[in-house]
Design a protein around this ligand. Structure first.
Ligand SMILES: C[S@@+](CC[C@H](N)C(=O)[O-])C[C@H]1O[C@@H](n2cnc3c(N)ncnc32)[C@H](O)[C@@H]1O
Length: 276
């Protein structure tokens, strides 16, 4: 007996219904993105080819993507990409999926850079601490050709992805990538910065288990866990940033709303009690 041959339209419909029943977010969009990925096309072409029948191997490849999503793997790790500031970034399970809220940090930095000139007419220097996929440094490097960037991450695997992304966006020669613990790899380099940016791990350890499974079970723990109250890295950065900061430099950190007051107190302590 001949097996039923599914068209794009039919397959999208039953898959979206199934994902909805299984309470997966944005079921129709997910069904479309993953089918477009399987067919190596874009979502618009799916609509333009609604009546196209699919081969058995296309359906079986699609089914395995759907199975991964049902196990709560984020769509971005299945497709291997995420958009950030209208640029496509390669992502895998070694890097955090760049978030829309981090675009705000980049926007604030871009606002500063528009007004900034480096000391003694040198190009402005920007540091991205905990670069992950490289989204922060790379999206700024694309916009500000004259600025020099350094990017640090403790994860060698993350640095590999960040370098791939820098290459993909033609800014590999604008960014110095270093693997190491926060500011440590910079201390013997004799560099200092006009802007230090970081989206550090800032989830409190006790909140970790309450994260959605997409985040908790798939995104790297070292990208998220910020210690007891989530402030471990924020504090380390605030306490030490001045060691690699140019006079008048800016430190810009992403954090949770409930962490800002503590962070401001820490920063005030550094300026009142001197820099160690
Ligand atoms: C929240 S993720 C941010 C990734 C990326 N900047 C973004 O905004 O999408 C934090 C990053 O800090 C890195 N990291 C964690 N501990 C670190 C440390 N001690 N020194 C340097 N990087 C660290 C992680 O590997 C991860 O890539």
């Amino acid at each position: 007996m001949n097996q039923k041959s599914w068209t794009i339209k039919e397959l999208l419909k039953i898959t979206a219904d199934y994902l909805k029943e299984k309470q997966i977010d944005s079921p129709r969009l997910t069904a479309e993105i993953l089918l477009a990925q399987q067919l190596q096309t874009n979502r618009i072409s799916l609509y333009l080819n609604f009546d196209q029948p699919l081969t058995e191997s296309e359906i079986s490849g699609y089914r395995s993507f759907i199975r991964r999503r049902l196990a709560h793997e984020p769509v971005q790790y299945i497709t291997g990409v995420q958009e950030f500031r209208s640029l496509e970034f390669i992502v895998n399970s070694h890097v955090l999926i760049p978030r829309p809220e981090t675009e705000l940090l980049v926007e604030l930095a871009a606002g500063r850079l528009e007004k900034q000139t480096g000391p003694r007419n040198c190009p402005p220097m920007v540091l991205d601490l905990g670069t992950g996929s490289g989204a922060i440094a790379i999206s700024l490097a694309k916009e500000f050709q004259e600025v020099l960037f350094w990017a640090v991450d403790i994860s060698a695997e993350a640095i590999k992805i960040a370098r791939l992304n820098a290459q993909k966006h033609g800014v590999l020669n604008k960014i110095e990538f270093l693997q190491g613990d926060l500011l440590k790899p910079l201390l013997d380099k004799g560099v200092s910065f006009d802007i230090i940016l970081s989206n550090p791990p800032y989830i409190a350890s006790h909140e970790y288990n309450d994260l959605p499974p997409e985040v908790r079970d798939y995104e790297p723990c070292i990208s998220l866990d910020g210690g007891e109250d989530g402030m471990l890295f924020i504090e380390k950065i605030i306490m030490k940033a001045h060691n690699v900061m140019n006079p008048g430099g800016w430190l810009m950190l992403e954090m949770a709303p409930g962490q800002t007051e503590k962070a401001i107190m820490m920063a005030e302590k550094v300026s009142v009690y001197g820099k160690k």
